[in-house]
Design a protein around this ligand. Structure first.
Ligand code: GDP
Length: 425
């Protein structure tokens, strides 16, 4: 068996969807194991340009089985909309190539309401939620107050369970936020609209994966967001509400004894960050505007302008360690082609002195970047396909990062298209 995990090393949006789309050529199964419809994995291929939110990025390959594992936030509204969008573009989605874990918890309609109500209450102290209901969903999952997808096969039990949850939730919506409560009719309409449509895909995916693994199939696990958004090891509380790290793949997929052969960490050639929270190497003014424009850095899900900054070696080396990455894919190198000299953050200046270790989250606000400059290459590299054909300054930049983060860079991406890739030994 061969198994790989594609993970983000930084704050997300590193180009994981693009890498999974490329790598799925070598895999039989692609598995999402955490997160939900707040992801925005952009894939550009022969069918067009897509921002995948919940569906695994292997969905475009006809011979790949795609799995949504027990660890995901199963949002029926998002999923049904996404399936319809892709089908309209000619992509085949059937229970043969999409399987949903019967142990995945379902994101219920009030999760999105509560997300919006809480962000509104927080006003300028908000966390920058994508308002997809992810935080309320995972909170409820750990309070054991969600329903499992497999309950759809037992309607009489499901109905009672949903009613009990609604009664409890209405107390919070009404008494804490003064929001609009749910009625039994609301729930019936919602379940009638969505549950029958996702039901054909629901199965015991852990058993499917065990059998796939036993028969030597190749499995690729796809994470959402990046190491710095991990609930345990990220920049808490500006994290997501699930574990974005590779170590969670066995648990969130149901293949609990899995030992990956490769952990492919995706790193962008510069830094970006969506939403709130400390971002030490952040650029401002004209310098930031130019980089944002060059990299088209606007959120795939929200359209929000992303915050941009220099490549951050301190955060990236930390991300590599937390992910346990064995290989790195460096994306968007082509975006830096306009720069005369390229800034790189090689250390942080903190009240305790200069450090190369990523600080405890609460101390990040007091950290400032130490910037060094590397020579730019000032030429279009988007058509380059071989490492030796890259300008020397571009190779030096990649090699500098590779040494500094202590992990081999095996892929260099120079464009969003599937073929815009350089394989480096
Ligand atoms: P993900 O969530 O990690 O999959 O990343 P996003 O999809 O949010 O962001 C990556 C963006 O960069 C997408 O618009 C991709 O099409 C684009 N992209 C990926 N790799 C490259 C690259 O090497 N060069 C350029 N110019 N764009 C890229």
């Amino acid at each position: 068996m061969s198994s790989g995990i594609v993970v983000g090393i930084n704050w997300g949006d590193e180009g994981k969807g693009r890498m999974v789309d490329l790598l799925t050529d070598h895999y039989d199964y692609v598995i999402r194991y955490q997160g939900g419809g707040n992801a925005g994995h952009t894939v550009v291929n022969e069918y067009g340009k897509f921002a995948l939110h919940l569906l695994p990025s292997g969905i475009f390959r006809s011979n790949v089985v795609n799995i949504l594992g027990n660890g995901v936030a199963l949002d029926p509204e998002n999923l049904v909309a996404e399936i319809e969008t892709l089908r309209a573009k000619g992509i085949t989605i059937t229970p043969d190539n999409l399987k949903i874990s019967d142990r995945a918890s379902i994101l219920l309609p009030w999760h999105k309401d509560l997300d919006a109500l809480e962000e509104a209450r927080l006003k300028d102290k908000k966390y920058g939620s994508t308002k997809q209901g992810i935080a309320p969903f995972y909170s409820d999952k750990y309070q054991k107050k969600t329903v499992l997808a497999g309950e759809i096969f037992h309607p009489h039990l499901l109905k009672r369970h949903m009613r009990d949850l609604m009664e409890w939730k209405n107390l919070i919506i009404k008494n804490v936020y003064g929001g609009k409560v749910y009625t039994e009719r609301d729930l019936d309409l919602w379940t009638a609209e969505y549950f029958e449509r996702i039901k054909p895909f629901i199965t015991d995916t852990a058993a499917v994966l065990r059998e796939a693994s036993r028969s030597g199939k190749r499995l690729l696990f796809e994470a959402q967001l990046g190491a710095l958004r991990d609930i345990d090891f990220g920049i808490y509380p500006y994290t997501t509400s699930s574990n974005t790290i590779a170590a969670y793949a066995p648990c969130g997929s149901g293949l609990t004894d899995m030992r990956p052969d490769n952990i492919i960490g995706v790193v962008k050639a510069y830094s970006t960050c969506v939403g709130e929270g400390p971002f030490v190497c952040e650029m401002s003014g004209e310098e930031a505007d130019k980089l944002r424009e060059a990299g088209a850095e606007y959120g795939a899900k929200t359209g929000r302008p992303r915050r941009v900054g220099a490549m951050d070696i301190v955060a990236t080396a930390y991300g590599v360690r937390v992910q346990g990455a064995t290989d790195i894919a460096l994306t968007k190198l082509d975006v830096l082609s306009y720069m005369d000299r390229i800034p790189v953050c090689t250390a942080y200046e903190t009240p305790e002195g200069i450090t190369r270790e990523f600080p405890f989250p609460a101390l990040l606000d007091e950290s400032k970047p130490v910037i060094e400059y590397l020579e730019g290459w000032k030429s279009d590299i988007s058509g380059v396909r071989r490492w030796e054909d890259l300008p020397k300054a571009a190779r030096d930049y990649v090699t500098f990062i590779e040494k500094a983060i202590g992990c081999p860079i095996r892929y260099v991406s120079v464009g969003p298209e599937r073929e815009s890739i350089i394989f480096k030994d």
